[in-house]
Design a protein around this ligand. Structure first.
Ligand SMILES: Cc1ncc(COP(=O)(O)O)c(C=O)c1O
Length: 362
């Protein structure tokens, strides 16, 4: 008999394959309808099995968050990797250049000092390192201001070992939009800003040039993309989570849950064997609490490292020893905490895969 979900030791991260497959089809269809490349961000699953499924479904390549993640995916046989993040030191620049000798690899920059360190590392390399310019369109995180783009583009062009390969922005602030109209408006403003800097930067490029946007809310809300945008980079959509539910259209699209056990039921509360070392304390912009018991409609209201406290109407009806599925606020850091994902269809565990790139933070 194949093991059932009820046989798993908890806490476990369970992934519903039917839902993943539907999520992948949905976002691929969005990219296709918009006529852009889908380059999913693998920071959510960190797992070759799902990266392969994304590529088989039509994605052109992958995004990675860190060099270590890129190396893990290159080791697993993946070829076309973009890191929409940057490096600032010679050791990491050398690793970026080494990656570009093994696979197609592009890295982000938003500061002349990064260009200098990458240019020095790439000097004399057999294959040039592709560089994309990150532009800030309102996130206030990484990303050069528009007026710095021409200078950065020129510096990349003038470095013999580098090739200017595109521009990108991460419009993460759209997560806070009140509704779809606001999401579309904010995203559209980001596209307009990015297209402007793309026009500035493109003359310094040779060969393929990406104009890249993307987040899960924009893909799920099917935000129209303007002509000239070539690529979208959502990541979280593979699993979805509590934060994405309002863009996904409900909790039933969420494919990953923490399976936890009720270890105690006390007056007014129940206690789970999953705390901040499982669910993380990430709240993301729109969530109260630390997770949601989807089958009981109850919130996890407090966490310590190994305890999750559930409160709310009917909480006493939970039974000690009962398994519960917890939908987390933000799935990406949760997946990073687990050594493996348990793959399920209905209640049957059909496979276990290692989270190959977990903890690859450098
Ligand atoms: C640069 C960049 N691109 C794409 C993504 C994917 O966005 P999402 O988490 O909304 O799927 C992220 C997420 O952190 C990101 O930082």
């Amino acid at each position: 008999m194949p093991p059932s979900v009820g046989d798993l030791a908890t806490p476990a991260l369970i992934v519903d394959l039917d839902r993943v497959e539907a999520n992948l089809r949905r976002v691929q269809a969005y990219a296709d309808a918009q006529g852009v490349d889908l380059r999913p961000h693998v920071k959510t699953h960190k797992t070759p099995r799902f990266a392969r499924a994304q590529l088989d479904g039509g994605a052109v390549g992958l995004c990675v968050a860190k060099l270590g993640e890129a190396e893990a995916f290159a080791d697993a046989g993946f070829d076309d990797l973009v890191m929409p993040h940057t490096v600032a030191t010679a050791d990491k620049a050398a690793r970026a250049v080494a990656l570009a000798q093994r696979v197609r690899f592009a890295i982000g920059v938003d500061h002349p000092a990064q260009v200098a360190v990458l240019a020095a590392a790439a000097e004399g390399a057999a294959r040039r390192l592709d560089v994309r310019l990150e532009v800030d369109t309102g996130a206030g995180r990484g990303g050069a201001p528009a007026e710095a783009v021409a200078d950065l583009a020129r510096r990349v062009r003038d470095a013999a070992g580098l090739r200017l390969a595109g521009v990108y922005t991460y419009e993460g602030y759209t997560y806070e939009a009140r509704d779809r109209d606001e999401l579309v408006a904010r995203h559209d403003a980001a596209q307009v800003a990015l297209l402007e800097v793309a026009a500035t930067a493109r003359p310094f490029a040779d060969g393929a040039f990406a104009v890249s946007v993307g987040s899960t809310p924009s893909a799920l809300a099917e935000v129209p993309l303007r002509p000239g945008i070539t690529e979208t980079r959502p990541g979280t959509y593979v699993f979805d989570d509590l934060t994405q539910a309002r863009w996904a259209g409900g909790l039933e699209h969420a494919a990953a849950h923490v399976l936890a056990t009720v270890v105690s039921v006390l007056p007014g509360r129940a206690v789970l064997d999953a705390g901040s070392k499982t669910l993380t304390s990430d709240r993301r912009p729109v969530q109260d609490g630390h997770g949601w018991l989807v089958d009981h409609r109850l919130p996890v209201v407090r966490l310590s490292e190994e305890h999750g406290v559930v409160e709310g109407p009917g909480v006493e009806r939970l039974r000690v020893g009962e398994r519960v599925r917890v939908l987390m606020n933000h799935v990406c850091p949760v997946a990073n905490l687990f050594a493996e994902l348990h793959l399920v269809r209905e209640d049957v565990v059909v496979g276990v895969v290692p989270v190959a790139a977990r903890g690859r933070l450098t």
